[in-house]
Design a protein. Structure first.
Length: 242
């Protein structure tokens, strides 16, 4: 099965549309959470995910917007965007966000927004942070989001660990490892210095994962954010991919 893996859309419809077009050959799409927050089109992004029936896990922004999670630890801009999104979202779309599960299994992989130890909140950006998730993995592969930085961390067959950030076009052969955690990066707010939208393709037959980047109309999103009155730092960062 050919899977298209997306994460951290953050109400960025322009980026989502371009990525979905690129994934037209995927037989099944998967979403790792944070559909909303930061960007100007929360309803449109939620509705697209619903329409396409994409299995999706909950992210911290999804849960903040529904009120199921405290926003006290969000920075000021993120918090303002959460409040803006709460006002903007339709009742139906809010209800949908409340139904999102924390962890899902599919084929030979699991999906979670943060980590398997703390599905909504924990960042996994290093080998030490990955250890609890390796312990809890019931499949050889786990896809994560949350940091918006594409990377892989692997437990090797000899018991050692491996890991690095992933660039456009890089491939990981999952079978080479005992267990693999892959962050597919962010569709709608990349943070690795590359402003292009990030997503992944996983072929469960060949066991090959490939990371992809694609340009989208950043200026158009920034213009919409300005009109919506969203915080300037959130508008600026799209341009830098930070
Ligand atoms: Zn996010």
């Amino acid at each position: 099965m050919l899977y298209g893996i997306i994460s951290d859309i953050h109400s960025n419809l322009e980026a989502l549309d371009v990525v979905l077009n690129k994934l037209y050959r995927a037989e099944q799409l998967i979403c790792l959470g944070d559909i909303v927050g930061y960007g100007p089109n929360p309803n449109e992004c939620v509705e697209k995910i619903k329409e396409l029936n994409i299995p999706t896990v909950a992210g911290n922004h999804d849960k903040a917007v529904t009120g199921e999670m405290e926003v006290t630890w969000f920075n000021r801009s993120a918090r303002e965007a959460v409040f803006w999104t709460q006002k903007e979202l339709s009742e139906k779309n809010l209800e949908y966000l409340k139904t999102l599960p924390e962890v899902l299994e599919e084929d030979d992989f699991q999906i979670v927004h943060g980590s398997l130890r703390s599905p909504i909140e924990e960042y996994v950006t290093s080998i030490s942070e990955a250890l609890p998730t390796f312990e809890k993995m019931t499949k050889p592969l786990c896809f994560i989001g949350h940091s918006h930085v594409p990377l892989f961390i692997a437990l090797k067959k000899d018991g050692n660990y491996d890991g690095r950030m992933l660039g456009d076009g890089e491939e990981i052969l999952v079978e080479d490892y005992e267990k693999v955690i892959i962050n597919v990066g962010g569709v709608g707010q990349p943070r690795d210095g590359d402003p292009r939208a990030s997503y992944g393709i996983y072929d469960s037959k060949t066991k090959i994962f490939t990371l992809h980047r694609v340009e989208y109309n950043i200026e158009q999103v920034q213009e919409k954010m300005k009109v919506a009155g969203l915080p300037q730092p959130l508008i600026d960062r799209l341009h830098f991919g930070r």
